[in-house]
Design a binder for this molecule. Structure first.
Ligand SMILES: *[C@@H]1O[C@H](CO)[C@@H](O)[C@H](O)[C@H]1NC(C)=O
Ligand SMILES: *[C@@H]1O[C@H](CO)[C@@H](O)[C@H](O)[C@H]1NC(C)=O
Ligand SMILES: *[C@@H]1O[C@H](CO)[C@@H](O)[C@H](O)[C@H]1NC(C)=O
Ligand SMILES: *[C@@H]1O[C@H](CO)[C@@H](O)[C@H](O)[C@H]1NC(C)=O
Ligand SMILES: *[C@@H]1O[C@H](CO)[C@@H](O)[C@H](O)[C@H]1NC(C)=O
Length: 490
């Protein structure tokens, strides 16, 4: 199968020079010392690989200019980095006749030279990127960062072993003859940046297990396999992997957040404590999740979790009632406080949600008592956004902010001063809203925090003008207001 080894020829070559160089590597021992490169051959490759737990072997052909070039220019630089990690370097001449009959080498599937293989504790990893020293170097680094790049599988037995040894395997099927494969690049990139523990990444071009160019997820626990059927991008791969690598009901946390809040359908979150009803609810929730596992997302959070408070504030359900189920569907949120947390009770909740029989709630701070004013800035909340902003017949300057954002905090006193300056102007309302604590629907949304939009009444119609200066200073906000209000009144 591997009788022909392609010699990749670059546009330019320095054959004579490189030829000499290679000859020197073989014939001149002084050079060997300088390079500290081990000559690997069929008679001693096994031993060398065992003796060197981290060895990078370059498989080359003497007559191939690109091989020579790689050795001459890239390997040199690579060695400097390699020494930091205690990596040894080897050279293997595949042109030697023995190579073709040598099974243990053949299995690496060397179809072109140079081919770079890094053996970590005897396990081979074939380098598949651009053969430049800094790229190879970065690749090697990842092994030492405890984040090894995907493993190449060569035979069926290796594949079976892989599934036996690992709980979660993400496997990409390559086409052995195609060197350009954009999906593989995406898979590879994802694997290297992966932040999800307990997943092993592997691929194969030599051994064909699946349809070419396919990505599959293998789950050891249930012996299930799932095929990735979405557009090949990092985000979708992440969602796919998350879904199957997580338990049926994962804890709500920063890793699962995206899956929970951006589900395509109903996403149910159980907030629970240590009381009896909570325990019962947890068991029933588990049962229900089994039934609906393919349709909906389930997650849970215990009152003792360090992020508990943050999430219930974010969701606007910080009312002390526990257990409770919060359901998210797109921009709509639903709250269930019981009383029935049995399997039937939860199923009936799901049924009613599907029938549209439950009203969503609006995330909102309480409506302020405007008669007791302690600020010239009018505080708007989710519950009165429509009345105060959309249906108002006044001009409104609205500031969007969140708690603890540095720029928002800086802007606070400036904005208060501005509101004070305009306190006599009955046609203009200076208002603000915390967008983390309040939901609203409008055609106009802030583009960042803090942000400012000026809503103007023009011939009975509402017009929105977005903040268009860099810095939010008192002078600039005043200029922004004056310019726009006067334009309208002209
Ligand atoms: C090895 O190479 C060095 C430097 O190129 C040269 O000075 C030396 O004579 C060579 N040694 C042999 C044994 O060819
Ligand atoms: C491996 O064997 C080859 C060929 O016999 C020899 O040239 C080379 O020096 C050996 N390598 C080592 C590290 O012993
Ligand atoms: C480098 O590797 C050798 C043998 O593989 C080992 O004996 C030595 O302790 C290692 N050194 C460091 C700094 O890791
Ligand atoms: C594998 O890749 C080669 C080269 O790109 C292509 O000609 C061949 O059709 C591919 N095989 C399949 C089954 O797609
Ligand atoms: C998920 O649901 C399917 C049926 O839709 C079922 O076969 C499978 O066992 C369930 N998985 C778990 C982990 O409960």
């Amino acid at each position: 199968m591997l009788n022909i080894i392609i010699c990749v020829v670059l546009a330019y070559s320095q054959t004579t020079n490189s030829q000499q160089h290679l000859n020197q590597i073989h014939n001149n021992n002084t050079d060997l010392q300088i390079f500290e490169i081990l000559i690997v051959a069929p008679n001693n490759n096994s031993l060398i690989i065992v003796e060197n737990p981290h060895i990078l072997i370059t498989f080359y052909q003497k007559e191939c200019p690109y091989s020579a070039q790689f050795i001459e220019y890239e390997l040199n630089k690579l060695q400097e980095d390699g020494n930091k990690f205690n990596v040894t370097f080897g050279l293997y001449d595949v042109a030697k006749t023995e190579f073709h009959t040598h099974q243990s080498m053949n299995k690496f599937g060397i179809v072109e030279t140079p081919t770079i293989i890094f053996f970590q504790n005897e396990v081979p990893h074939v380098f598949s990127g651009k053969k430049k020293s800094h790229i190879v170097s970065k690749w090697i680094q990842e092994f030492f960062n405890g984040n090894p790049p995907p493993k190449e599988i060569f035979t069926e037995s290796e594949f079976n072993q892989l599934l036996e040894d690992n709980k979660n395997v993400l496997f990409y099927q390559k086409n052995s003859t195609s060197t350009f494969d954009i999906n593989f690049d995406k898979f590879y990139q994802f694997a290297i940046q992966n932040t999800i523990p307990e997943i092993v990444f592997a691929f194969s071009s030599q051994y064909q297990k699946n349809n070419l160019f396919s990505l599959k997820y293998y789950k050891q626990e249930t012996k299930e396999e799932f095929t990735f059927n979405y557009q090949f991008n990092l985000e979708y791969i992440k969602k796919f992997v998350l879904k199957y690598s997580l338990p049926l009901i994962p804890q709500l946390n920063s890793k699962t957040e995206e899956l929970v809040f951006q589900s395509n359908s109903f996403s149910f979150i159980l907030f629970y404590g240590l009381d009896e009803i909570s325990k019962q609810a947890e068991l029933a929730f588990q049962e229900v999740a089994k039934t609906f596992n393919n349709s909906y997302q389930f997650s849970k959070l215990n009152i003792q979790d360090e992020n508990y408070l943050e999430y219930i504030i974010d969701l606007g359900v910080n009312d002390g009632i526990i257990p409770k189920i919060v359901t998210i569907n797109g921009q709509f949120k639903y709250k269930y406080d019981g009383p029935d947390f049995s399997v039937t009770g939860i199923k009936s909740l799901i049924f009613k949600l599907k029938q549209g029989q439950i009203d969503s709630y609006i995330l909102s701070e309480p409506i302020p008592d405007y008669t007791h004013k302690n600020s010239y800035v009018k505080k708007i909340v989710g519950l009165n956004y429509d009345d105060e902003i959309k249906k108002s017949n006044k001009n409104i300057l609205l500031k969007y902010h969140v708690k603890n954002c540095e720029l928002c905090v800086e802007l606070e006193s400036i904005y208060e001063q501005l509101a004070y300056n305009y306190r006599e102007d009955k046609s203009l309302v200076i208002a603000e809203i915390d967008i983390r604590l309040n939901d609203f629907t409008d055609a106009y949304y802030p583009r960042q925090t803090p942000d400012i939009i000026l809503f103007l009444q023009k011939n009975g119609k509402r017009q929105a003008i977005f903040w268009n200066f860099e810095e939010m200073t008192l002078d600039l906000i005043q200029i922004f207001v004056e310019n726009n209000i006067h334009q309208v009144n002209q």
